[in-house]
Design a protein. Structure first.
Length: 691
C-alpha cells in the first residue's frame, strides 16, 4: 500500500482559508486534516471541512454530464457524453454570441474561492464572446465599499495579533460558526485578561461566551457607532495626535456625532442608554490607557439598506482613539485587499472588445424575467451557473425559481451535486472538488498565499472548471492562445511579482510549501499611510461626495422597519435575520448527511414574549410570511432572539425542507446604500402557527 500526504487549501467562502493535509492511500483520499505548521490553521478544522472526504465520495456526486428530460425544476435527467453536452451547449450559445452576446450571462460566486477554478478561465471565455458581465455583490461589497471610503482598502488587523488585544468587539459576526481560527485567538486573548463584547441582534454561540452581549435591532449598527463617537468626543477619550496627523475631517465629524447622544441612539437601536455609554467608555478608556483595542466587524452588519454606512462608521472608531498604533489594535473586516492578485492577467478583461452591460446577481429574479428593451438590452436567453446555487441563495426566491423555470431560458450548471439550481438546468456538467484539481488562493481572514495540489484523480468524468471552459471555448471556435494555458501556467500568474507584498511569490515553491505569508507591516496604519486619496483615515470623504453620497458618517434607516415604514410594520411586526447555521456554509454542505442530521431541520428562533403573543409553543411548526412569500420551520422559543426579532438559521436547500422553501422566500431584491449589495437582514415578517 502506498500512502502520501498532499498539501491543499480549503476553497470555501470563509475567512480562515485553512491549510489542509490530505492523506491518500492507493489513490483514495482517506483523511483531510488541518496543517499543524500553518500559523492560523494550527492543525484545526471546522466540523464541515473535516468531513470533506464524505462530501467528495458522496454517492450523490455528479460524475457524468446530464441532459434534462423532465420539466424545469423536476430534476429529471439522462446521462450523455461530454461530446453531446458540449455540442448541445455550443449549438445554443453560438447563434447568441454572433447576434446578441449580451443575452448570455454567467452566474457565479464563491462555491470555490480559488483564483483558477473561480474566474480565471471562465472570464476569459465570457470576455471573448462579449457576454453580459455579472456584478458579484451578494456577500460583502456594501461593507467593503464603506470601509474603502474610510481607510482605502480591505486591509486591517492581522488575525495573528488578536490574542494580544485587551478588548475585542465582535460586531455582527458569530465566529464560532464562521471564523473558527479568529475565535481561537479571541479565546486566547480572553485567557490573557481581555474583555470580549459581542454586538449582535441574536445571542449567538459566540455572544453566549463573551463577557457582554449588546443586542441592537437589525440595521441600527450605524447609529450605535455614532453614539460611541458622541461619547468619545464629549468625554475626550481621543488620541488628538493621531487625529491631527493621520485623519481628515474631524471637525465636521464632531458636529455630526453631536447629533447622536446616547438617548437618541438607545431609542433607534432598542437598547439602553447605559449600554451605549459604557461601550464607548470601555473602548475609549482602555485605548487612552495605552491598551490595544480591536474590532472584528463581520458581514452581518452590512446586509441592510445602510450596511455600507454602518461599516464606514465602525471603521472610523480606531482612528479616533489611536487604536491603529498597536499591532493588536484597529479593526478587521477583511484582509483581501492585502493580496496583490493579478486578476487582469488571469481573467483577461482586455479580451472584451466592447463595453457590455452588467447585471447584478442580487436582482437575478427580476432580471431573468425582464423583456428586451432599449434600456435593458436583449433578454437574457442563456445562463451558465458555476460555483453558485442561485435558486437557494438569491433573495426573493420564488421570483428566482420562476425565472429559472422559463422554458426559453437555456441553463447550464457546473456542479458537484444536484442542487436546487441544477434541477432547472438543461445541461448539467460534473465539476471536480478541491481534492481533484489545482488552485491558488488568497484569504480574507489572514495574510497567506495558499496552494492547492490535487490529491486524487477526478472521480467519474468530472472536470475542473478551467478545463470545462477550455473545452467550451474550443467547441465555440475560440482560438486565442490564452485558452491553451494549463492550470500551472495560470497559477504562476496569480500575484503581481513587482509588488513588494508578494515579491517572493513563486508557484513551484508555493506548491511544495502550501502557503507563504505576504510582506505586510504588523501594524498597517500605525503611522498613517492609509490607501485613501489623502493618505489619511477619511472621516470626511470627498470621493463619497463625488459619488453622490453623504461624505460623513451617518445613519440610513432600513427599508423595512417600524421607523421607516410603520404601515408595513403593523402588518409584519417582526424583523427577520437569516445568519449561517453552524453546520452549513451558505448552501454548501447542506446535502452532507451527517452535517444535516446534526442541524436537524429548519428552525425559527422566537423570543418568549413574541411567541406568547402568537400562541406559539416551543416545537410548533410555524409559517413565516410577508408579501413576497412564506416558508415553514420549527419554532424554538428562546431568549437568544431579542424581542421583535425572528432568526432563521440558513441556508437550506429548498428541496430538503419540508415545504420545499427556505428563508429567501421572504427576503427582497433591494440593494444597499453603496456597493449594490443585498439586504437579506432588512426584512419584516409575521409568524403564525402552521396549519
Amino acid at each position: 500500500m502506498t500512502t502520501t500526504q498532499v498539501r491543499a487549501a480549503c476553497p470555501h467562502d470563509c475567512p480562515d482559508t485553512c491549510a489542509l493535509l490530505v492523506t491518500v492511500e492507493n489513490g483514495v483520499a482517506t483523511e483531510v486534516k488541518g496543517d499543524p505548521e500553518h500559523p492560523t490553521t494550527a492543525g484545526v478544522l471546522c466540523t464541515k471541512v473535516s468531513r470533506y472526504t464524505e462530501r467528495t465520495y458522496s454517492p450523490d456526486r455528479l460524475l457524468y454530464p446530464l441532459r434534462r428530460v423532465g420539466k424545469k425544476g423536476e430534476g429529471k435527467f439522462e446521462r450523455i457524453s461530454w461530446d453531446e453536452a458540449l455540442d448541445a451547449i455550443a449549438a445554443r450559445l453560438k447563434p447568441l454570441a454572433a447576434t446578441a452576446p449580451e443575452a448570455i450571462l454567467p452566474y457565479s460566486y464563491a462555491g470555490t474561492m480559488g483564483l483558477l477554478q473561480g474566474e480565471a478561465m471562465a472570464m476569459r471565455f465570457f470576455n471573448t464572446i462579449g457576454a453580459s458581465q455579472l456584478d458579484r455583490t451578494i456577500c460583502a461589497t456594501a461593507g467593503a465599499t464603506g470601509y474603502r471610503y474610510t481607510v482605502g482598502a480591505s486591509i486591517g488587523t492581522d488575525i495573528e495579533q488578536f490574542q494580544n488585544a485587551k478588548l475585542i468587539l465582535i460586531w455582527g459576526g458569530n465566529p464560532i460558526a464562521s471564523n473558527l481560527h479568529f475565535w481561537t485567538r479571541a479565546q486566547e486573548a480572553k485567557r490573557n485578561g481581555a474583555k470580549l463584547i459581542a454586538i449582535d441582534p441574536y445571542r449567538s454561540l459566540t455572544a453566549e461566551k463573551c463577557h457582554q452581549h449588546i443586542a441592537p435591532m437589525p440595521g441600527t449598527d450605524a447609529a450605535l457607532a455614532l453614539g460611541m463617537m458622541h461619547v468619545l468626543i464629549a468625554e475626550d477619550l481621543l488620541d488628538h495626535d493621531y487625529i491631527a496627523e493621520h485623519t481628515i475631517g474631524f471637525e465636521p465629524l464632531k458636529a455630526r456625532a453631536a447629533e447622536w447622544p446616547p438617548e437618541r441612539v438607545a431609542r433607534v437601536c432598542g437598547i439602553t442608554e447605559a449600554e451605549v455609554r459604557e461601550l464607548a467608555r470601555t473602548y475609549g478608556q482602555m485605548a487612552k490607557a495605552g491598551e490595544p483595542v480591536a474590532i472584528r466587524v463581520n458581514y452581518g452588519v452590512q446586509r441592510v439598506r445602510g450596511g455600507g454606512t454602518a461599516v464606514r462608521n465602525i471603521a472610523c472608531l480606531p482612528a479616533l482613539v489611536g487604536a491603529w498604533r498597536h499591532a493588536a489594535g484597529g479593526v478587521q473586516l477583511s484582509s483581501s485587499g492585502s493580496f496583490p492578485s493579478d486578476k487582469p492577467a488571469l481573467q483577461r478583461s482586455d479580451l472584451l472588445k466592447q463595453p457590455t452591460r452588467t447585471i447584478n446577481m442580487v436582482t437575478i429574479g427580476d432580471d431573468l424575467l425582464r423583456p428586451a428593451s432599449a434600456e435593458f438590452g436583449p433578454r437574457v436567453d442563456a445562463v451558465i451557473v458555476y460555483n453558485s446555487n442561485p435558486v437557494a441563495v438569491a433573495p426573493d426566491s420564488s421570483k428566482v425559481a420562476e425565472a429559472f423555470a422559463r422554458e426559453d431560458l437555456f441553463t447550464v450548471v457546473l456542479e458537484h451535486f444536484q442542487t436546487d439550481t441544477a434541477d432547472y438546468a438543461d445541461i448539467v456538467l460534473p465539476a471536480t472538488t478541491q481534492l481533484e484539481h489545482t488552485d491558488v488562493h488568497t484569504a480574507y481572514g489572514h495574510l497567506y498565499m495558499m496552494a492547492n495540489n490535487p490529491a486524487i484523480a477526478p472521480l467519474g468524468e468530472a472536470k475542473p472548471n478551467t478545463e470545462i471552459f477550455r473545452l467550451l471555448a474550443a467547441r465555440m471556435g475560440l482560438d486565442d492562445p490564452c485558452f491553451r494555458e494549463s492550470d500551472d501556467e495560470l497559477a504562476a500568474k496569480a500575484f503581481r511579482k513587482n509588488d513588494a507584498r508578494a515579491v517572493h511569490f513563486d508557484w513551484e515553491s508555493l506548491k511544495r510549501k502550501g502557503w507563504q505569508k505576504l510582506n505586510m507591516p504588523a501594524a498597517p496604519f500605525a503611522h498613517g499611510n492609509f490607501a485613501t486619496p489623502s493618505g489619511k483615515c477619511e472621516f470626511y470623504s470627498e470621493t463619497m461626495l463625488k459619488d453622490g453620497l453623504d461624505p460623513l458618517p451617518g445613519y440610513i434607516e432600513n427599508y423595512e422597519s417600524a421607523a421607516s415604514n410603520p404601515e408595513l410594520a403593523a402588518k409584519y411586526p417582526l424583523a427577520m435575520i437569516s445568519p449561517p447555521a453552524r453546520n452549513f456554509l451558505n448552501s454548501s454542505f447542506v446535502n452532507v448527511q451527517s452535517l444535516r442530521a446534526t442541524e436537524g431541520e429548519p428552525h425559527l428562533d422566537l423570543n418568549p414574549e413574541d411567541a406568547a403573543e402568537r400562541g406559539i409553543n416551543h416545537g410548533d411548526m410555524v409559517r413565516i410570511f410577508n408579501d413576497r412569500g412564506s416558508f415553514v420551520a420549527k419554532a424554538r422559543v428562546t431568549p437568544k432572539a431579542r424581542k421583535g426579532l425572528a432568526v432563521g438559521l440558513s441556508i437550506w436547500w429548498k428541496k430538503l425542507a419540508s415545504d420545499g422553501k427556505n428563508a429567501n422566500e421572504v427576503t427582497s431584491q433591494r440593494l444597499t446604500d453603496m456597493g449594490r449589495a443585498p439586504t437579506f437582514y432588512d426584512t419584516l415578517v409575521q409568524v403564525e402557527k402552521a396549519a
